[in-house]
Design a protein around this ligand. Structure first.
Ligand code: FAD
Ligand code: EPU
Length: 354
């Protein structure tokens, strides 16, 4: 492998970094797209960041911050530098009273961290079990599942400002979390590299089994008084039965967001399609189940070349092997058009198109 090794002075130290060239990205994205990146570097410590920033500035290259690559679609070879975040460590910051504050480095595996918490009896994240990817990416789209969003437990996070070369602490409020959204996605783009996230978890957990399928699964498991380990187990069982394993079938989870519509729009849809699935939100609007809309356009289980719609969950587009980005995007476009035509609803992409 061709690489540039370069050193730079950091305080009293001379640090060395290896920037690899023409790096194959197949193992860096769960959609399984075969693309290369011009430059690639692993970020293993915060001290390396000013040097990487200098490399980017000196060479005038664009860059992409990457965790597990489970929410990206590369449209072609990446003409720039990929920064693979591999910062590690889990530290208890405060363990006093009913809560524990726990700081986690961005490169930790999300589900490994959830498991770590559940095993210690710290509650709050168990409904977010088995979501692929890294801790550092979790705030970017405020990951959510089964009635919980990551924002519900986030205390603060630390990010490196790639423009200003400084660390910044963001409180939960400053992150401006929304449904699959945050300030990092909506405003900053690639400017903030999230280095660590601090969560506030409960030592006497409050169980959230408001999401119907969890209750059904716990009943099936014959658990009457569930603890967080039971909730984690139920969530893992549901997810394994509905979502494709990226190691076996390329995918990036939900390809689209669930669209939010005003009450009037919902009522009119409900009168035309009585079985439509939707959930009321705190804002008085309704979130439509995009999977239902896509399925009722006849797309569930359909294939278009080497790309397709997963047969157990129509919100997930899959790569049957060797699909190109354009095959996936063409399929996504057809689905969007059909949903728009039949229901008058616009589907927004959840996956980050690179
Ligand atoms: P990547 O794909 O590497 O990056 C995603 C975005 O975050 C990119 O824009 C990237 O630039 C940015 N980013 C990554 N790391 C950092 C960092 N340290 N600092 C700043 N920016 C960063 N999501 C849900 O919300 N709920 C689900 O239930 C869910 N289920 C899924 C199921 C499957 C099978 C799959 C494949 C995906 C699923 N997802 C789900 C989507 C995905 O797992 C999450 O979005 C996850 O947080 C992505 O993590 P990642 O490390 O792979 O991010
Ligand atoms: N549905 C259908 N047909 C389908 C898929 C779903 O009719 O093909 C219906 C289901 O029957 C159910 C409803 O839609 O009544 C909701 O389905 P599900 O519980 O599977 O959740 P979802 O709304 O399709 C969202 C998230 C998932 C998250 C689950 C569980 C989005 C875009 N997706 O999916 O997140 O895991 O809820 O909370 O909000 C992701 O973001 O990548 C992701 C997988």
């Amino acid at each position: 492998m061709v690489f540039d090794q370069f050193g730079y002075i950091f305080g009293p130290y001379l640090l060395h970094m290896k920037v690899l060239r023409q790096y194959p990205c197949l193992s860096l994205n769960t959609l399984g797209l075969r693309v290369d990146a011009n430059f690639f570097v692993r970020v293993a410590s915060i001290e390396e960041l000013p040097g990487i920033r200098k490399f980017i500035r000196d060479r005038q290259v664009r860059y992409l911050i990457l965790g597990g690559g489970s929410n990206v679609l590369f449209t072609g070879d990446y003409d720039g530098l990929i920064l693979k975040v591999e910062l590690r460590g889990i530290d208890e910051v405060v363990n006093y009273g009913p809560h524990v504050l726990i700081r986690v480095s961005a490169g930790e595996d999300w589900d490994g961290f959830v498991d770590h918490c559940v095993k210690r009896g710290w509650g709050g994240l168990e409904n977010l079990s088995m979501i692929p990817g890294s801790v550092g990416a979790a705030p970017v789209q405020n990951i959510g599942a089964y009635g919980v969003e990551m924002k519900d437990c986030l205390e603060c996070l630390e990010a490196y400002d790639m423009d200003q070369n400084r660390m910044i602490t963001f409180s939960a409020r400053e992150c401006r979390f929304g449904y699959r959204d945050s300030i990092f996605k909506s405003t900053y783009g690639q400017r903030m590299l999230i280095c660590s996230v601090t969560f506030r978890l409960r030592k006497e957990p409050m169980i959230n089994i408001s999401y119907g399928t969890i209750r059904q699964e716990l009943e099936r498991m014959q658990v009457k008084e569930p603890g967080i380990a039971d909730v984690r187990k139920a969530v893992c069982t549901i997810r394994s039965s509905r979502l494709p394993d990226p190691l076996l079938l390329g995918n990036a989870g939900s390809f689209f967001k669930n669209p939010e519509v005003e009450e009037g729009v919902y009522n009119s849809l409900k009168s035309r399609f009585p079985a439509i699935t939707a959930y009321p939100t705190e804002r008085g609007t309704f979130k439509l189940a995009a999977g239902w809309l896509i399925e009722h356009c006849g797309w569930r289980g359909k294939r278009l070349g080497r790309a397709g719609v997963f047969d157990k969950q129509a919100l997930v587009l899959v790569n049957y092997g060797g699909a190109s980005a354009s095959e996936l995007l063409e399929l996504a476009e057809k689905i969007k058009n059909d949903v728009k035509e039949r229901f008058g609803v616009y589907l927004e992409t959840e996956v980050n198109i690179i």
